[in-house]
Design a protein around this ligand. Structure first.
Ligand SMILES: CC(C)(COP(=O)(O)OP(=O)(O)OC[C@H]1O[C@@H](n2cnc3c(N)ncnc32)[C@H](O)[C@@H]1OP(=O)(O)O)[C@@H](O)C(=O)NCCC(=O)NCCS
Length: 197
């Protein structure tokens, strides 16, 4: 496949790419496009400063190359998170998908590897957080993500008494401060304050 992986901030991304990603996500994760999010026009919340890693291929009409189609996507996100009385700079990975017709060709592996390298080289990153279904733990582990546990992230604040997410928490321990806090992240609930990425 002649795809290429590039990254774009929200403002750099063309509307043609953005709307392909939104439409794919609407089918893959319909629960994210219901209720107050029925007319959602954002891929990831802007407050997390998303950097979108996008694999594109060309549509072929006859012999000529024409428009770009987004075959795979994943976003690197960032926020500060208070955990056990300390503030950590947390990066993350969300919205990872490949269009069904392009799966099992290594595209998402390539993209996730590039996004993970990007996360690991951010100078201010302490830890990184992602979540996945149990059957994808082995796949994310290939890229260095450490599976922690299911039910570890609470998508509310500590006082709101929220239910834990039933996905597996995956982490990277990046800075000295992040590595020192590994036990706290493994053992204490993480109050994310809202939906994870
Ligand atoms: C997971 C996903 C992104 C993988 O994309 P992809 O481009 O096919 O990934 P790759 O080709 O690089 O790797 C595929 C490998 O991942 C693993 N894999 C993918 N989906 C899997 C699943 N549902 N269960 C178990 N393993 C899976 C397999 O080991 C597979 O290896 P194979 O191709 O040798 O069989 C794609 O299946 C997808 O978009 N799924 C729906 C959305 C989703 O679940 N995203 C992850 C959110 S955490």
């Amino acid at each position: 496949m002649g795809y290429q992986v590039q990254n774009f901030t929200r403002t750099e991304m063309s509307p043609v790419l953005k709307w392909q990603i939104l439409t794919a996500m609407r089918f893959i994760w319909p629960e994210g496009f219901e209720g107050v999010n029925l007319d959602r026009t954002w891929i990831c919340p802007g407050e997390f400063y998303p950097l979108h890693f996008i694999a594109t291929d060309f549509t072929r009409d006859g012999s000529s190359k024409s428009a770009k189609i987004v075959i795979s996507h994943g976003a690197v996100l960032q926020r500060d998170l208070m955990h056990c009385g300390e503030t950590f700079r947390v990066l993350g990975l969300g919205g990872v998908y490949t269009l069904p017709a392009f799966r099992h060709s290594g595209v998402a592996s390539d993209l996730v590897m590039k996004a993970t390298d990007h996360i690991l080289t951010r100078p201010r990153a302490d830890v990184a957080i992602a979540t996945c279904r149990p059957e994808l733990v082995g796949w994310y582990s290939r890229f260095g993500w450490v599976p922690i546990k299911e039910g570890r992230i609470i998508p509310t604040t500590e006082t709101e008494n929220g239910q834990p997410l039933d996905e597996v928490l995956l982490m990277l321990f990046i800075s000295e401060k992040g590595r020192r806090a590994e036990t706290l992240f493994r053992e204490e609930p993480i109050y994310f304050g809202r939906d994870v990425w």
